[in-house]
Design a protein around this ligand. Structure first.
Ligand SMILES: Cc1cc2nc3c(=O)[nH]c(=O)nc-3n(C[C@H](O)[C@H](O)[C@H](O)COP(=O)(O)OP(=O)(O)OC[C@H]3O[C@@H](n4cnc5c(N)ncnc54)[C@H](O)[C@@H]3O)c2cc1C
Length: 443
């Protein structure tokens, strides 16, 4: 019994840690008991198999870049090389903020470079060419109006109108199967933060403003329901997320009676989200509505940790990356098991998780093209995952951000920072581009 627990614990440690294959082989050759030896070699061969599967499914740069001309690849190569330099990205961010402040023209430099890589256009109309290109590879489009940080009522209403337009564009259009929005696009951040402690905390004026936010959300979800275009509601900082969760729940009970139309987003870098997902599934069963979830790892890790430290409360973030990965995959287990109740989208650029989900679907007899199970990536990133998955017949979509150039700059800066190299390493996007350029030269 004790030895069995020991073996299980040992196996878990081996699986969870980032011990490389050489270390595993080293361990294997020194293990004394037969069982331990068997255990180690099994973990090693699991890892090898998983790695090999990743190679088969995602390492095909010919499939990933089939629609990219040599010129496209050259542009992307130089772009990722530049944003691979932390110093250059810091300088670029500083320059951009300065240019915004003194209203220097930016379009001539931003539009043909970083904007072209990561955005579909400045308007829905401009995104259509990108959407058609994606559709020709069996990848769908999620139009993402990426304007943030507005505070005036007129601007918040205008953002709501634009989101509604993205839903209408998706109506009867199989190439645009979802719409998406951030609650901070249609509400001020401060109001959501104050409401996070309960609506009693709001004064009269704030209560009225919050009522208007709810009306906007309801108008969006109602339109999504009418057009039969499911809508993703993005997850944001933990100190406004309870408010968002409550609003999404209210909308789900109303609009998810026939199928999942309203999707919440769960950030698995939070250590409480797996338990939250289990509760949400139970609640959906009891109250008889379909649950929609987008699973992501989470985008605000540093901000979350810094705030928790500054204010002296326990960080909501997992202790390490392995814990986040483990919960992300555990959440995939859950939603796949409960697919009759839950429709889901795995929003990730992680190859292992994408492979894990595709394997899980196979194990549970879920067809690759089941519309309740989606994979999603961001435009301009991880094409090797998107196009290799779509090539295998899985349901794949790309967020296609759009908006006036000045308005989407914060989004672009985040993309640049995300692709900045760590300790001089080449980013994954850049190494894939290099590989494909080499392959073409050798042809
Ligand atoms: C289609 C799509 C939609 C998205 N929507 C949202 C959204 O609504 N809200 C949102 O917040 N993000 C969203 N994201 C971003 C997402 O949360 C991740 O930041 C991003 O995708 C990187 O994670 P990954 O799974 O792709 O891959 P990986 O590169 O494997 O994971 C990186 C992520 O792991 C986590 N991580 C890294 N180091 C640690 C550590 N030391 N301890 C704990 N965790 C760690 C962080 O979340 C980090 O972003 C979305 C991404 C996609 C592709």
């Amino acid at each position: 019994m004790i030895s069995c627990t020991f073996y299980q614990a040992f196996r878990r440690v081996l699986c969870a840690s980032v011990v490389n294959n050489v270390a595993l082989q080293f361990c294997a050759s020194f293990c004394i008991t037969k069982k331990l030896y068997f255990l180690v070699t099994q973990v090693y061969s699991d890892r090898k198999e998983r790695y090999f599967c990743c190679m088969i499914l995602f390492d095909n740069t010919e499939v990933a870049f089939r629609k990219n001309t040599d010129g496209d690849l050259r542009r992307a190569y130089w772009l990722f090389r530049m944003i691979g330099s932390p110093g250059l990205v810091k300088f670029g961010k500083w320059m951009t903020n300065l240019a915004l402040k003194i209203r220097l023209p930016l379009r001539w430099i931003i539009k043909p470079t970083i904007f072209r890589q990561f955005c579909g256009g400045e308007s829905i109309q401009e995104c259509i060419a990108v959407s058609e290109r994606l559709a020709s590879r069996n990848v769908k489009t999620i139009l993402d109006y990426s304007v943030e940080g507005k505070t005036e009522v007129g601007d918040l209403d205008a953002t709501m109108e634009e989101i509604i337009k993205t839903i209408r564009r998706g109506k009867d259009n199989p190439d645009i199967p979802f719409a998406v929005f951030k609650v901070t696009g249609i509400s001020t951040f401060d109001l959501l933060e104050k409401a996070n402690n309960g609506l009693d905390a709001l004064n009269e004026e704030e209560t009225a403003a919050f009522g208007r936010v709810k009306e906007r959300i309801e108008a969006i979800c109602e339109e999504a329901h009418k057009a039969d275009v499911p809508i993703f509601i993005d997850a944001e900082e933990s100190w406004i997320q309870d408010t968002i969760d409550r609003l999404v729940y209210e909308m789900s009970t109303k609009f998810n009676k026939e199928r999942a139309i309203v999707y919440n987003t769960l950030q698995m870098y939070r250590h409480d989200r797996l338990a939250f997902l289990k509760k949400e599934i139970e609640r959906a069963k009891q109250e008889q509505f379909y649950l929609g979830v987008k699973l992501v790892r989470g985008a605000y890790m540093e901000k979350e940790r810094n705030r928790a430290e500054e204010r002296g409360y326990p960080s909501p973030i997992q202790p390490n990356k392995e814990a986040t990965d483990k919960d992300f995959n555990a959440a995939l287990d859950l939603v796949v098991e409960e697919i009759d109740q839950v429709s889901f989208c795995a929003g990730t650029h992680n190859e292992e998780s994408s492979l894990y989900l595709s394997d899980l679907m196979k194990k549970h007899g879920i067809k690759n093209d089941d519309p309740r199970a989606y994979f999603a990536q961001l435009l301009g990133m991880s094409d090797h995952i998107s196009f290799n998955l779509s090539n295998e017949g899985f349901m794949v979509a790309k967020y296609v951000p759009y908006g006036p150039i000045r308005e989407v700059l914060p989004y672009l800066i985040r993309r640049a920072e995300e692709n900045t190299s760590v300790a001089g390493q080449t980013s994954r996007e850049l190494s894939l581009i290099i590989k494909e350029r080499k392959r073409r030269k050798q042809k």
